[in-house]
Design a protein around this ligand. Structure first.
Ligand code: CA
Length: 227
């Protein structure tokens, strides 16, 4: 089921969006501002973000810009919601967004835009399955399987593994992993990385895939497929 994140400060607009999408098979997360949006995304990567242009505090455009700088989340498609008075700014907004929709919009238009963006980001896009040997990661379904058998893996370990499998054979420092997997605005101690690396190795150990997660002394970690 695709997961949608709504970042919109006006509760009636969020209600309207949820109502419009009620008969679609979407899981919907709601945030009233950018900060809440980032917090929600930490454990549950959305497949699409519906992002209001005018938000209190950090604007929708700034939210989108930050997202694009974050390697773990930069591929998440964004549909920007704008009011008619802001139309002049559309071109500027589109640099960060995948599409925009002008309020007020019809339910049919909204659904059509969402389906189009999900299709573009779907098979053939950044959301395809990543396979390394018998290990398979499904970015959309948030599942990891080994020879088809689901692996029990925590949300942080999932994002760590996703980042590693998308960027194999490269060494990352703990700081780089924090920035890419946890996000740049999050304060987490570097040893947190070691804790989650340990958990990830444990989750992969039964199938022997823990050997891919390599410690590079004094530098950091690498996910290698050459083992
Ligand atoms: Ca607003």
């Amino acid at each position: 089921m695709p997961r949608l994140l709504l970042v919109e400060d006006e509760a009636p607009v969020r209600e309207m969006l949820k109502f419009a999408l009620a008969d679609e098979d979407f899981e919907i997360l709601e945030a009233a501002d950018a900060g809440e949006g980032f917090t929600l995304m930490r454990g549950q990567r959305p497949d699409l973000i519906l992002l209001d242009w005018m938000l209190p505090g950090m604007s929708g455009v700034e939210f989108a810009r930050r997202l694009r700088k974050d390697a773990a989340n930069r591929d998440i498609p964004i549909i920007m919601l704008t009011a008619r008075a802001e139309e002049d700014d559309k071109v500027k907004g589109l640099r960060e967004a995948d599409d925009y929709i002008t309020k007020p919009f019809s339910t049919r238009e909204l659904k059509a835009r969402i389906q189009a963006v999900l299709r573009r980001s779907g098979p053939g896009g950044q959301q395809e399955l990543i396979r390394i040997g018998a290990l398979c990661l499904d970015p959309v379904g948030h599942k990891v399987t080994v020879q088809g058998e689901p692996l029990d893996i925590g949300p942080t370990e999932f994002r760590l593994l996703h980042f590693f499998m998308a960027h194999p054979e490269r060494v990352y420092t703990r700081e780089q992993l924090l920035n890419n997997v946890w996000g740049q605005n999050v304060y987490v101690e570097e040893r947190t990385v070691d804790v989650h690396i340990r958990r990830l190795r444990k989750a992969l150990a039964d199938s022997g895939h823990d050997r891919h997660v390599q410690t590079v002394r004094t530098v950091g970690y690498r996910f290698s497929t050459q083992v």
